[in-house]
Design a protein around this ligand. Structure first.
Ligand code: ADP
Ligand code: MG
Length: 287
């Protein structure tokens, strides 16, 4: 078993691969409800299955339980990975008061509470410069408005970008301007990937609004967007829901009973900002 090297968020030392790199093993702490959520999503509520990594049950190794799921980066030679936490409710109703406060502050100081989405972290491979850059959680924590989120997404989907950014730099206006120009004017933005993500997000949004037979509230759950940075303009992108430690079925006896529109708001805001990036590039090209 070896440590998984493409993580862009979450707890350290919890994700592993074996010989078969297509499968990811996620350590399940005691009483973790994530495995139960996956079971529900792939059996009784399997209309959700197309939106999540494939699930392969659990495995016990040296007395520790691991959940087995599809490794969403395995088929890419140089994965670009983006973790976006979705929803406006910052913490689960069963969290401790201390945890609720910490989570609330994080959501309040980023775009989580206001827009139902916040970038946790990302990893980017640039096929022109051959750079691999990992943007840690501290990067995501500094993105406190949608302009910075838009710039970060532009950066994520662009190649030949001479800059690597810290969240402090993204605050700096000169840097913002030069990044927009560098990214967009060199026309190295991966439009195919962005278009494909938009249509996958629209499918998920339409599914959630339909509404599905079995409804859930998601807390601290993410969308994971991945594509191959080694292939210029690849439209082969995966957009999947991950991280189901705090998922509650919409049934009257649930502690989290009641509608949660924050996820759908987050999807709509993400679709809008990606559409903005595409139309901004179009305008710059014409000017
Ligand atoms: N199925 C997957 N395929 C590829 N990478 C994954 C997958 N699930 C999680 N990851 C990576 O691991 C990170 C942490 O996973 P997550 O399920 O969010 O754990 P945690 O519960 O610790 O937050 C994610 O940000 C992502 O980069
Ligand atoms: Mg996570």
């Amino acid at each position: 078993m070896q440590q998984y090297g493409q993580q862009t968020g979450g707890h350290d030392n919890t994700l592993f691969t074996e010989q078969d790199h297509n499968i990811l093993l996620k350590f399940q702490p005691d009483n973790s409800p994530e495995n139960e959520a996956y079971k529900t999503f792939t059996t009784r509520a399997n209309e959700w299955a197309p939106f999540l990594p494939k699930y392969f049950g659990t495995k016990v190794i040296e007395n520790k339980t691991y959940l087995l799921m599809e490794n969403l980066t395995a088929r890419f030679s140089q994965p670009c990975v983006l973790d976006i936490k979705m929803g406006k409710k910052s913490s689960a109703p069963d969290a401790s008061e201390q945890k609720k406060e910490i989570q609330y502050k994080k959501a309040l100081s980023t775009t989580g509470l206001s827009h139902g989405l916040r970038i946790i972290g990302m990893k980017k491979y640039d096929h022109v410069t051959k750079n691999v850059v990992t943007y840690p959680k501290s990067f995501g924590a500094g993105l406190d408005n949608m302009d910075k989120v838009r710039l970060s997404l532009t950066h994520f989907f662009s190649a030949a970008c001479p800059h690597t950014a810290t969240s402090e730099q993204i605050v700096n206006e000169t840097f913002q301007q030069s990044m927009i120009e560098a990214d967009l004017m060199q026309a190295q933005i991966n439009r195919n990937a962005i278009q494909s993500v938009i249509s996958q997000l629209q499918n998920l949004r339409d599914f959630m609004c339909s509404p599905p037979k079995t409804k859930f509230n998601f807390y601290s759950s993410s969308l994971l967007i991945t594509f191959d940075g080694a292939i210029p303009n690849s439209g082969d992108v995966s957009t999947k829901m991950i991280d189901f430690q705090h998922v509650f079925e919409q049934v009257p006896e649930s502690v989290a009973y009641g509608e949660d529109d924050g996820y759908i708001d987050g999807l709509n805001n993400l679709i809008s900002v990606l559409q903005e990036i595409l139309s901004q590039e179009q305008l710059l090209k014409q000017s």
